[in-house]
Design a protein around this ligand. Structure first.
Ligand code: ZN
Length: 578
């Protein structure tokens, strides 16, 4: 290898990668603080609160009521402390790691570029000129990180408002029927959160457009354009396009939506209690333990499920199945996936990929991609091609988590990764359930016994064979004679809004929901379990749902009935054990 390239690679491998590895790990830790606190601090606390309220309700009037009020006050105080600490730590951690990380990475990239440029000028002038491209990439990375930070912070604001909605709910549930009136406040918070979420989409889309244009990546330009249109429309609808009576109607509609949610939570609580009583009629103790596990008096209440979420990736160093073999075979276009100058083949159907050095979030240089495609594994610093960006995956998981609350299902997650090692993984063969089940068995240690159903394997993958499939769930549902090695795969598409509900839809299948509703009818677009092939787009409720009430699709109360039948059915109900 020429001295010029040797120097470039040495700097990447021995300076840039180790430093950014450390920074990346720190950033991921910051993002995970919130999830960790939720699962390990908030949830156990909420279960205690729920138990205390159960205990209160055994007292005679008015002592039960006073007892409830005391519990609610204590809960609000503790909630405030935990939430404030959680978000302050998270946000400070994120800002510091991103800002420091961006500056350090940028300085190292520029210094490293300069050193190798000087060496190259004397040994390989052409390579020296071409390396200017990498300097440009480094600049675009800085822009990308700045947009990423804004994205992260707006997601945090959304998270804070979500926590606020939950505490309003908790207080409401402590007040019984009277509490449903607080639903109006919740509805307004919900609307504000939707506006912020739409604004976040718009800013993210502008970032995609800007960087897409400056790097000549058509897929990113299309993605940015499509997301900009959906984001702007959402912002418009949420604010009445600046037309005051419409904005007022939207605000009233949203508060009515909040009121409806509150009533449904109240009904859900009764549904869960009834389901448990039916399932364990002789065993009061077990009902009590289940109620505690669900945290029935606190919001969000729900049976906890843990998502083992993995991003699928291609490993540059895999000897037989790697980005080069796939690029050479025309299955993928590595330049397109890495965000460089490229056309866009499948328009809305290209995943939002990232190509980074292993263990880091540092984009692989154009020069390294060329070297790799010419010489294969071992010729560059190892890198990975991910099927989805970490941030987008988080957004989808957060969305599913939020939407599934109305089912009495509480999701927690952590994001890991899974290597695609076989030709049937990219594009994924969904023709039979065989490939998916083999993947879950090998990588997650799952079997078809139905044990451990409260851990859900979720894989975000590149694409499926054919264009039809957005996601695939292998269900475990004995009452329908479906005893698969269960779990979920799905992929991301453009535009993200609308299609970000695909993961929630698949998780809906996992907890036994169908495309048909309980009456056997097809569903319209305002329901998450809607399916495009039904060609039944509108129901009477659809425009109300989008324009006035929630502004997005939802699971229905009937869906909750179905889910709780599944949870309390003979085979599945083991997951209710504490
Ligand atoms: Zn489906």
């Amino acid at each position: 290898m020429a001295a010029c390239q040797t120097v470039q690679q040495w700097i990447t491998q021995n300076v840039l990668v180790p430093v950014t590895e450390f920074i990346t790990e720190a950033q991921e830790k910051c993002d995970e603080i919130g999830n960790w606190v939720e699962e390990n601090v908030e949830q156990p606390f909420e279960q205690q609160v729920s138990e205390a309220e159960e205990w209160c309700s055994d007292w005679p009037w008015p002592l039960d009521w006073i007892c409830d009020i005391v519990v609610v006050i204590v809960t609000v105080i503790v909630w405030e402390i935990v939430t404030v600490v959680k978000w302050v730590v998270t946000i400070v951690c994120q800002i510091v790691t991103v800002v420091v990380g961006t500056v350090v990475t940028w300085v190292l990239q520029v210094v490293g570029w300069f050193v190798s440029f000087v060496v190259c000028v004397f040994t390989d002038p052409v390579a020296a000129i071409l390396s200017i491209r990498d300097l440009w990439t480094a600049y675009l990375d800085v822009i990308g990180r700045a947009f990423g930070l804004v994205d992260t912070l707006l997601a945090d604001v959304g998270g804070i408002l979500g926590d606020l909605e939950n505490i309003v709910d908790t207080v409401a549930s402590g007040l019984g029927w009277l509490g449903t009136l607080l639903g109006f406040i919740k509805g307004v918070i919900h609307l504000v959160r939707d506006v912020i979420d739409a604004a976040r989409d718009v800013i993210h889309a502008v970032g995609d457009l800007y960087i897409g244009i400056l790097s000549g990546n058509l897929c990113r330009i299309i993605r940015g354009g499509a997301d900009l249109i959906t984001g702007s429309l959402r912002l418009g609808f949420d604010t009445g396009f600046g037309f005051l009576p419409w904005a007022g109607a939207r605000a009233v509609g949203s508060s009515i939506g909040g009121f409806r949610d509150e009533i449904e939570q109240y009904r859900l609580e009764r549904l869960i209690r009834r389901s448990l009583a039916n399932a364990f009629d002789k065993d009061e103790d077990r009902v009590k333990r289940a109620i505690k596990k669900i945290g029935i008096n606190v919001r969000p209440m729900g049976l906890p499920f843990h998502i083992d979420a993995r991003r699928m990736f291609l490993n540059s160093e895999n000897a037989t199945f790697n980005p080069k073999t796939l690029h050479d075979a025309g299955v993928i276009n590595l330049y397109r996936m890495a965000g460089y100058w490229s056309d866009c083949d499948k328009i809305y159907n290209e995943p939002d990929t990232e190509v980074v050095y292993t263990g880091t979030n540092l984009h692989v240089t154009y020069a390294d991609l060329g070297t790799y495609l010419a010489n294969g594994p071992g010729s560059t610093t190892p890198f990975r091609v991910y099927a989805i960006t970490r941030m987008k995956f988080r957004t989808h998981l957060d969305t599913a988590q939020r939407k599934m609350q109305v089912l009495g299902v509480r999701l927690f997650y952590e994001i890991g990764e899974i290597e695609a090692t076989l030709p049937e993984h990219v594009p994924f063969n969904a023709g039979t359930f065989a490939v998916q089940q083999a993947l879950f068995a090998a990588a997650f240690g799952r079997d078809a016994s139905g044990r451990g159903l409260d851990t859900i394997p979720v894989v975000s993958l590149f694409s499926y064979i054919g264009l039809q499939d957005f996601g695939l769930t292998t269900p475990f549902n004995p009452s329908k004679k479906e005893r698969n090695i269960s779990g979920v795969t799905y992929r991301n598409l453009t535009p993200d809004w609308g299609l970000r509900f695909v993961l929630a839809h698949e998780l809906g299948h996992y907890v036994s929901l169908d495309h048909k509703n309980r009456a056997g009818g097809v569903r319209a677009l305002d329901e998450i379990m809607y399916v495009g092939s039904s060609h039944h787009y509108l129901a009477a409720s659809t425009p109300f749902e989008y324009l006035l009430l929630e502004g997005e699709p939802r699971f229905t109360f009937d869906d909750a009935r179905t889910v709780w039948e599944w949870i309390t059915s003979d085979v599945v109900r083991d997951i209710l054990l504490p």
